[in-house]
Design a protein around this ligand. Structure first.
Ligand code: NAD
Length: 479
């Protein structure tokens, strides 16, 4: 353990208010490291440094920005095993998932290296003779990035990379549970030659560091991923200060299985969507909406495969499902298991598991005979728990799909082209999957949802420019 891990402000590693312990949810005896918890003053310093550095960073031009992002991508690829190991140790996802996420982070930096060169605008003729019009994109300035614990590499990457590519400077605050991966990313960005102040890392509690970021006058835009209550509080505070916000929040993602589905495809999609990454994905399939004719065969096979999943430490080679991230999250999951019983579901699995190392292990759970008006079908659990809701036909399935406060991702398993087509058009979500899990997305296309799941422009792909740039319209008359 090389300690302590400090914040990066204006190109220098600085201590915060105190040091915070980072422990392994697969083995609480494993202390991963001590990480600086910053103060509001640290945020002021980071935001000030970022504001001072930003004009020079934009003026350096697209080649300099593309080159930096490219070097960062190369370093992440080279260090992928180390980064993924730390990620798996602190977040709890199994090593293959952590490696895939880390490689995804590198791909995102590489994608936005290209986008830096493709920052484009429009030239139009004016309605007034002799006047030319140019519509160009400019950076917002300083952006504040606030990230959750469940994708400690990919989510910071998909915010940092477009922010830097389009010429902004950055203050990043990662979730308290996963400072290690963010710290490794920060070190890579710093060592890849990012100019002082262009990228700043301030770790620490949301109530101190996150709040100060939303309040900092130099920070012009906040991109946040996390829970709905935090998102709502950020939106309120940002509106008072006229800040641009992008909020990516929760989900209660439906997966429909129709009678005509290919059973192995449907079971594989639901097993993956509901339980992989311990169900700790905003796009996890947490409502399985199953037509009567296939219901019993589907439930029998999904139950069999779910109960065979090997729950274990994130770094153990035979683990398929890692631990829940924290003791609080585990307690929340277990209380939803109790609630499912109290609401009248038959519960399969879901119990806490005692393994040789002390960690937050839980067997995945199915809540059978659920109804869509139950709390277990309406509230995001964010754990390895899925409610199974029986429906009579496609039309009823669609009503259930759209009867939710969330609208992130929706899926359908069917061999009917007509139903697949209708579903893609009628599902009120930002992402729709046909014969694929609701979770698992590409990095070069937009990501985001509707209703309570998202607010503001989409993340990722070329659509990221909507948030990370502002549009300027210039008129000129040559005389
Ligand atoms: P959270 O809301 O508790 O925390 C998210 C971040 O906000 C953390 O960095 C936290 O420190 C910070 N924060 C907390 N209070 C704050 C405040 N008052 N001001 C500013 N920042 C503050 O969420 P979490 O538990 O880390 O993550 C789980 C949630 O994230 C789930 O609801 C999940 O669905 C959601 N999520 C959404 C997406 C998506 O893209 N839609 C992706 C991943 C996770």
């Amino acid at each position: 353990m090389s300690d302590p891990h400090l914040n990066l402000i204006n190109g220098a590693w600085v201590p915060g208010d105190h040091l915070s312990e980072n422990r392994n949810p697969s083995d609480l005896a494993d202390l991963i490291g001590l990480y600086a918890a910053g103060t509001a003053g640290d945020v002021t310093a980071a935001a000030g440094a970022a504001a001072a550095a930003q004009p020079g960073w934009f003026a350096a031009g697209p080649q300099a920005r593309a080159d930096l992002l490219d070097r960062i991508a190369t370093r992440i690829e080279a260090d992928a095993t180390d980064i993924a190991t730390k990620l798996a140790r602190e977040e709890g996802k199994i090593l293959p998932e952590a490696l895939a996420e880390t490689r995804r982070a590198a791909q995102i930096f590489r994608f936005f290296a290209g986008e830096a060169l493709r920052m484009s605008g429009e030239a139009l003729a004016s309605v007034r003779p002799g006047v030319d019009i140019e519509v160009t994109r400019e950076p917002v300035g300083v952006v504040g990035l606030i990230t959750p614990w469940n994708f400690p590499a990919a989510i910071p990457a998909w915010k940092i990379a477009p922010a830097l590519a389009y010429g902004n400077s950055v203050v990043l605050k990662p979730a308290e549970l996963v400072p290690g991966t963010a710290h490794m990313l920060a070190r890579i960005i710093h060592e890849a030659g990012c100019p002082a102040g262009v990228f700043n890392l301030v770790m620490g509690p949301g109530s101190v560091v996150g709040r100060a970021m939303v309040e900092a006058p130099q920070i012009g835009a906040i991109s946040f991923t996390g829970s709905v209550p935090t998102g709502r509080a950020i939106a309120r505070a940002a509106a008072e200060r006229m800040k641009k916000v992008q909020l990516e929040m929760g989900g209660k993602n439906p997966m429909v299985v129709l009678d005509d589905a290919d059973l192995p495809t449907a079971v594989a999609a639901c097993l993956n969507g509901a339980f992989f990454s311990t169900g700790q994905r905003c796009t996890a399939s947490s409502r399985l909406i199953v037509q009567s004719g296939i219901h019993d065969a589907f439930v029998a096979e999904l139950t069999r495969q779910m109960m065979a999943l090997r729950v274990g430490p994130a770094l153990a080679p035979d683990s398929q499902i890692g631990p829940v991230v924290s003791v609080q999250q585990l307690a929340g999951n277990l209380s939803y298991v109790d609630l499912a019983r109290a609401e009248g579901c038959e519960v399969v699995g879901g119990e806490r598991l005692d393994l040789p190392t002390e960690g937050h292990f839980q067997r995945p759970a199915l809540f059978l005979n659920a109804r869509n008006d139950m709390r277990v079908a309406r509230e995001e659990i964010f754990g390895p728990c899925a409610a199974v809701i029986r429906v009579a036909d496609f039309d009823e399935a669609l009503v259930v799909v759209n009867d939710s406060d969330f609208g992130l991702s929706a899926g359908i398993c069917t061999t009917s082209l007509r139903h697949a087509r209708e579903f893609r058009r009628q599902a009120r979500t930002g992402m729709v999957m046909v014969n694929l899990p609701t979770a698992g997305v590409d990095y070069h296309v937009p990501f985001g949802g509707t209703k309570g799941s998202s607010l503001g422009p989409r993340e990722q792909g070329r659509h990221a420019a909507e948030f990370y740039t502002t549009v300027k319209t210039s008129y000129s008359f040559a005389g």
